[in-house]
Design a protein around this ligand. Structure first.
Ligand code: G3P
Ligand code: CA
Length: 237
């Protein structure tokens, strides 16, 4: 972890590798995660279920953009999904494979992409709990369910739209942190979140100017496509 001096105290900054290290390797693959693990405190993955109910790591609802296949994930069994190329010869990883990779090494941020899948995701996590786990979602109901299933695990509400009271919404679902898109962060939101005991971890910050501005607002970390670039920048300050 990296500590920086902000206003009148030392703050621990969390570096999150977005989809592993999306800016340097094919997103959400084991290869991208290994790369992200070199510099991130936690690596982030997007989780969805196959046709036969296996939690896998992929961002979109279809395989079109990130693999050599086509069509919705819901049309693929795990056996079929494993035949696809996710870039540089990588396959789409299962959540179980990701847990095996990060365990004992790096923290994991699991984004629940599909409401209703929390319990199955939780049962896979229970088999190989990472040392540090944060469950996040754009869906408030998924954040609430994550906290119900794992009261002792941190959970976060992600948002990109202009919400009137993001801190109030996050508190109503027992969230421990908010993950605003970078352009939704303001001093006001950060101060409100901190007063309510919530951390603020914006996304996706890749360039020094944006990272520098977020630091001045008092955020607690960043999700980045290139976590090593963030680490270099913070260490060089
Ligand atoms: O951590 C927040 C970030 O992962 C949300 O955006 O679209 O990459 O899932 P997205
Ligand atoms: Ca994500």
């Amino acid at each position: 972890a990296i500590y920086i001096w902000f206003r009148d105290s030392w703050r621990c900054m969390l570096i999150v590798g977005h989809r592993g290290a999306k800016g340097v390797e094919p997103e959400n693959t084991l290869r991208a995660l290994r790369r992200g693990m070199e510099c991130a405190d936690l690596v982030e993955v997007d989780v969805r279920l196959t046709k036969d109910g296996i939690p896998i790591v992929i961002h979109d609802a279809t395989v079109d953009r990130t693999t050599d296949g086509t069509g919705p994930i819901k049309g693929y069994t795990i056996e079929e999904i494993k035949k696809l190329d996710a870039g540089r010869g990588e396959t789409i990883p299962t959540l179980q494979e990701v847990l095996g990779l990060v365990r004992g090494k790096t923290g994991l941020v699991v984004e629940i992409k599909e409401p209703g899948t929390e319990a199955i995701i939780a049962s896979v996590l229970m088999d190989q709990m990472p040392e540090r786990l944060i469950l996040v979602s754009f869906h408030p109901e998924s954040v609430a369910m994550a906290k119900r299933l794992f009261p002792g695990v941190q959970a976060g509400l992600i948002y990109s739209q202009n919400i009137d009271d993001p801190v109030g919404l996050a508190r109503s679902v027992q969230a421990d942190l908010i993950l605003p898109r970078w352009d939704r962060v303001s001093r006001e939101v950060v101060d409100q979140a901190h007063s309510a005991g919530l951390l603020v971890v914006p996304w996706i910050l890749n360039d020094e100017e944006t990272i520098g501005k977020a630091l001045q607002l008092g955020v607690d970390g960043f999700a980045s496509d290139d976590p090593c670039a963030v680490r270099r920048y913070l260490q060089g300050r």
